[in-house]
Design a binder for this molecule. Structure first.
Ligand code: C2E
Ligand code: CA
Ligand code: CA
Ligand code: CA
Length: 276
C-alpha cells in the first residue's frame, strides 16, 4: 500500500492477464468444441407434487473436453455469451433437445431449454425455435423455453414480440431464477409467461428462515392468481419438498428427485417419486 501507483499496477496486471488468457483459451476451446461436436445434454427430471408423475426434463449442457473431462456450463456459458459463440451453441442445444425429446418413449414429457439473453439479443430466436421444431417433428407443446429476468431489462419491445411469437407456436415460456433479479413483479404483468421457477436460493432456506417461507408461499399464491405454474428448483431435502407441497407448489426439480443425467440412465433407474 506504501508503494507507488506503478507497483500497484504491476501487482494487478498478472492476474488480469491470467484471467484474460484463461478466457482466450476457453474461447478457442469452444470454437473447437462446436467444430468437433464436444457438447452433450444432460436431463434433470421435473415432477408434479400433485400426482407424483414425471412431467418432463430440463436440458443442461455439458462440454466433454478432450483433456479436462466434463466441463460445467458456469465455466463456459458466460464466455460464450461475451464472445457471441452462444448463438451457435444455443442453436445446437435447441436442435438437439428437440431431436432427443422427439425420440423419448413417453411422448407426453416436456423438454425445457435454457435460452440466454444474448441469444435473444442476437435475434432470430423465433426462427431458430421454429426450425428446431420442424426438423425434429417435436410437438411444440412439449417444448419450454427458460428465460431469466435479466432478459426483460434489455430490449423490452423486441423481446416481448419474440416471446409472443414463440408462444404463438405453442411453446411455453418459463421465467427462470425467479426472485433474484430486479422488478420481478412489474415484469410479470408485461410479459407472456406460463411458468415461474422459484430460484434455488429460496428453496435452500425453506424451513430455516421464516421470511423465506413467507416469500415462497407468496410466490405460489401469485402463481395461482396469475394462472401461472410454479416450479421449485434446487429441492434437496424431504423437508423442503413437504413444505413446498403444503404451500401448493406445482412442480419440483432438484437433487432429491434426480440429478442431471442421460435419459437412458433415468429410464433404466425407473425414477420413482420419493414422496407418498
Ligand atoms: P439453471 O438454469 O438455473 O439450472 C439449474 C442448475 O442447478 C443446474 O446447474 C443444475 O444442475 C443445478 N441443480 C439442480 N438441482 C439442484 C439441487 O438440488 N441443488 C443444487 N445446488 N443445484 C441443483 P448446471 O447444469 O451446472 O447449469 C448451470 C447454469 O448454466 C444453468 O442454471 C443455466 O443458467 C446455464 N445453462 C445450462 N445449460 C444451458 C444451456 O443449454 N444454454 C444456456 N444458455 N445456459 C445453460
Ligand atoms: Ca434453467
Ligand atoms: Ca434456475
Ligand atoms: Ca441460473
Amino acid at each position: 500500500a506504501k508503494h507507488s501507483g506503478r507497483s500497484t499496477f504491476s501487482w494487478y496486471t498478472p492476474e488480469l492477464d491470467a484471467d484474460a488468457q484463461k478466457r482466450k483459451e476457453v474461447e478457442a476451446g469452444l470454437v473447437k468444441a462446436i467444430k468437433f461436436d464436444q457438447f452433450k445434454l444432460l436431463y434433470q427430471p421435473q415432477y408434479s407434487l400433485r400426482d407424483g408423475k414425471l412431467k418432463g426434463y430440463e436440458a443442461l449442457i455439458r462440454w466433454d473436453h478432450p483433456t479436462k473431462g466434463t466441463v460445467k456450463p458456469d465455466i463456459f456459458i458466460p464466455i460464450a455469451e461475451d464472445t457471441g459463440l452462444i448463438v451457435e451453441i444455443g442453436t445446437w442445444v435447441l436442435n438437439n433437445a428437440c431431436q432427443e425429446a422427439a425420440h423419448w418413449e413417453d411422448k407426453t414429457r416436456r423438454v425445457a431449454v435454457n435460452v440466454s439473453p444474448a441469444q435473444f439479443i442476437a435475434g432470430e430466436t423465433q426462427k431458430r425455435v421454429a426450425t428446431a421444431l420442424r426438423n425434429s417433428g417435436l410437438d411444440p407443446k412439449r417444448l419450454e423455453i427458460e428465460v431469466t429476468e435479466s432478459l426483460l431489462i434489455s430490449n423490452t419491445d423486441a423481446v416481448i414480440e419474440t416471446l409472443r411469437e414463440v408462444r404463438d407456436m405453442g411453446v411455453s415460456i418459463a421465467m427462470d431464477d425467479f426472485g433474484t433479479g430486479y422488478s420481478s413483479l412489474s415484469y410479470l404483468s408485461l410479459f407472456p409467461f406460463d411458468k415461474i421457477k422459484i430460484d434455488k436460493t429460496f428453496i435452500q432456506n425453506l424451513g430455516k428462515d421464516a421470511s423465506t417461507d413467507a416469500i415462497v408461499t407468496s410466490i405460489v399464491g401469485l402463481g395461482r392468481s396469475l394462472d401461472v405454474i410454479i416450479t421449485a428448483e434446487g429441492v434437496e431435502t424431504e423437508e423442503q419438498a413437504i413444505l413446498l407441497s403444503a404451500a401448493g407448489c406445482d412442480l419440483v426439480q432438484g437433487f432429491m428427485f434426480g440429478r442431471p443425467d442421460s435419459i437412458d440412465s433415468h429410464e433404466a433407474n425407473f425414477p420413482a417419486f420419493p414422496l407418498n
